[in-house]
Design a protein around this ligand. Structure first.
Ligand SMILES: [Zn+2]
Length: 415
């Protein structure tokens, strides 16, 4: 199948005017100007017309099962208050609520151009049924929490790893997510990291997200410290930053996605670079919590792979009274408003190639080039080639078409 478009944005190569993408089964075979395809190759063509054709977006961090929490928790005085509010809201939900929420989130991501997402799963019972309900590529990270009174870290990790490995077609689509340094023990971090490395799985954790977390680890005080001190052994606090805590527990490596990283201490950026950790920034979640400016420049200067994620809708503000949707275009726009010095092409890389690298899908997703998976989206566009990257960031509404694994997830009007 040959897909022709007025503009093809491969991301890893310069944009092509009147370009086309040749697809065989679920792979891309060639990306070239239309004029360079032979008559034979042009036989099975779908002309998408006035669109930008680009790789499907890669969302490095989502919580599909919290989609229904959109607009349910208003911003709280402290991050600790928010954590308590979401714990309480979760307690009132049934597994059916979480399953409905997960599916609604997957639909939202699809129509908003995402084709791959790295998702944290709090309800293990939803898998694998929810996977089968969507064409979206979902890499599921099982959330792990170990506080006093809970299951022992050793047992918990062993059971979770066993359940992940037993899922059908689990290869390349499961991983572990120790929730955060403050909701886990050092032992859990060590065991999870060890198991993930052994199986070549990715690891996700929320780290250095809030001032409360920073104060807990660095200074042994603050609201999070006070709230957790009877639920957790706090002898690992007062020894350095949350990032240092992960390093001390042998957690860091090139398979790690460090989500948030809003608060850096001393050599934290250098530590993340040394272990080739990817950092996931969630612009709208950042805005919701009114954190200090995300240290993009410092992380970028250290050479760290930075990508974007939607996080969950439990921490995205309503706009003009409307409930938010999970949408990487909105995340790109929020980011570009704050970092006007970052080029549009660099912002698009954060939701394509950078996200693919973070999720271990480098050369598979996030770019249109020979041999990558046929995951593409089309956006209506009739402007000039030179403004195409900017137009992608400004795109509003559902995508015109979405292909995942060589099949239309959203069929183009002309197909
Ligand atoms: Zn998150």
């Amino acid at each position: 199948m040959l897909l022709r478009a007025r503009i093809v944005l491969p991301v890893s190569q310069p944009p092509i005017e009147d370009g086309a993408v040749l697809i065989s089964a679920n792979r891309i075979v060639a990306v070239r100007p239309w004029g360079e395809f032979s008559a034979d190759e042009r036989r099975d063509v779908t002309d998408l017309g006035e669109v930008i054709l680009l790789p499907g977006l890669v969302n490095a961090h989502s919580h599909l099962d919290y989609t229904g929490m959109a607009g349910k928790i208003s911003p709280q005085r402290t991050f600790t208050d928010w954590i308590q509010a979401i714990v309480s809201l979760k307690g009132s939900w049934t597994n059916q609520d979480f399953a409905d929420s997960w599916r609604a989130g997957a639909d939202m991501l699809l129509r908003n151009g995402t084709t791959t997402t790295g998702d944290v799963e709090t309800i293990p019972e939803l898998l694998p049924a929810v996977w089968q309900s969507t064409p979206l590529r979902v890499i599921s990270f099982r959330e792990l929490i170990s506080l006093k009174g809970g299951q022992h870290a050793d047992e918990l990790v062993r059971r979770t790893v066993g359940e992940c490995a037993a899922l059908p077609d689990s290869s390349g689509r499961v991983g572990l997510s120790p929730h955060a340094p403050y909701t886990t023990t050092g032992e859990l971090l060590q065991l999870a990291a060890h198991e993930a490395r052994k199986r070549k799985w990715r690891l996700v954790t929320h780290v250095a997200e809030s001032e409360d977390e920073f104060d807990m680890f660095v200074y042994k005080h603050g609201p999070l410290y006070e709230w957790l001190r009877h639920q957790r052994d706090m002898s690992d606090c007062g020894l350095g930053s949350p990032i240092h805590h992960l390093e001390r527990n042998d957690f860091l490596g090139d398979n790690v996605l460090a989500v948030h990283v809003n608060y850096l201490w001393r050599d934290d950026a250098a530590v993340l670079e040394r272990y080739k950790v990817s950092v996931v920034h969630c612009p709208r979640s950042h805005e919701y919590f009114k954190h200090l400016l995300f240290p993009r420049a410092e992380l970028a200067a250290a050479g760290i792979n930075i990508c974007l994620g939607t996080d969950s809708l439990a921490s995205v503000l309503k706009t003009l009274g409307k409930l938010p949707e999970m949408n990487l275009f909105e995340e790109m726009r929020t980011f570009s408003r704050k970092y006007s010095d970052v080029l549009p092409v660099s912002i698009i890389k954060m939701v394509t190639v950078n996200g693919a690298l973070a999720l271990g899908k480098q050369g598979q997703a996030g770019e249109l080039t020979e041999n990558t998976l046929a995951d593409l989206i089309a956006l209506p566009y009739s402007g000039p080639l030179g403004k195409a990257y900017e137009a992608v960031i400004q795109h509003q509404g559902s995508v015109a078409a979405s292909m995942i694994d060589g099949n239309w997830a959203i069929e183009p009007p002309s197909a």
